[in-house]
Design a protein around this ligand. Structure first.
Ligand code: SAM
Length: 223
């Protein structure tokens, strides 16, 4: 069976973090479905990839999945990319992948960066077992419930936005105690930074300087 949908990982910051295979696939497909075509154009121009781009996101997937299926039925090859990293990881994409599989089309992954693994691999925290909780709920009590539910013998990984980071860290401290954490900031970008320490100290650090950008938070298991 020929592949109809390629799920292609793209960089999470540094444009060089793309595989030869990803570039080849993006050059060879007929159409690229992208979370934000304007954003993806920066990457595609850097690699001189000239393809038709169709916006596919959480707001339009109900219209865009039938369109993608229609194209696949006509024999067109489609690539799915997101703004950063691996499609479907806290990104739109899961629904189109599921629909293609259920419709009998072959779906192929083209592996590459994801902020989860990138943060983990240089964190210095145990990687034997880890649990990814995505973005935590906004409510403190819901956050605590979720953290307690998954606080097992494993590193916990979450994504967080700059305006909620301090609040979330305080809540993690209240819920799980003064754990060792790593904040992986702006991975693969110019201002990449790892802030490592016990939550109490890390909160002081981020209170002292304005922290902006994108973050992954890793929480060491209770040792
Ligand atoms: N699909 C992406 C992946 O594979 O990692 C994740 C997309 S999710 C919508 C965006 C979140 O991922 C950001 O809010 C941040 O928590 C994390 N993230 C993405 N790029 C990052 C980077 N360069 N440095 C740190 N965190 C990043």
């Amino acid at each position: 069976m020929n592949t109809s949908l390629y799920v292609v990982s793209t960089p999470i910051g540094n444009l060089k973090d793309i595989t030869y295979r990803a570039v080849e696939i993006l050059n060879n497909v007929d159409i690229i479905f992208a979370e934000n075509p304007r954003h993806s154009n920066i990457l595609l121009s850097a690699y001189n990839i000239k393809k038709e781009l169709i916006a596919y996101n959480d707001y339009n997937y109900q219209r865009k999945i039938p369109l993608a299926l229609d194209l696949a039925k006509k024999g067109k090859k489609i690539a799915l990319i997101t703004d950063a990293g691996t499609p479907t990881i806290q990104d739109p994409g899961y629904r189109i992948v599921k629909t293609f599989i259920e419709s009998g089309f072959k779906v192929e992954p083209i592996p590459g960066p994801s902020a989860i693994i990138c943060a983990l691999q240089a964190s210095g925290i145990s990687t034997d077992k880890f649990i990814f909780l995505g973005f935590l709920p906004k409510s403190g009590s819901k956050q605590s419930k979720l953290l307690l539910k998954y606080d097992r013998d494993a590193t916990i990984i979450i994504y967080e936005s700059p305006n909620r980071l301090k609040e979330t860290l305080k809540n993690i401290q209240q819920t799980l105690g003064n754990r060792y954490v790593v904040i992986a900031r702006e991975l693969t970008k110019v201002y990449e930074e790892f802030i490592r320490g016990y939550i109490e100290d890390v909160i002081k650090i981020i209170e002292e300087k304005k922290i902006i950008g994108e973050f992954v938070v890793l929480i060491e298991k209770n040792v």
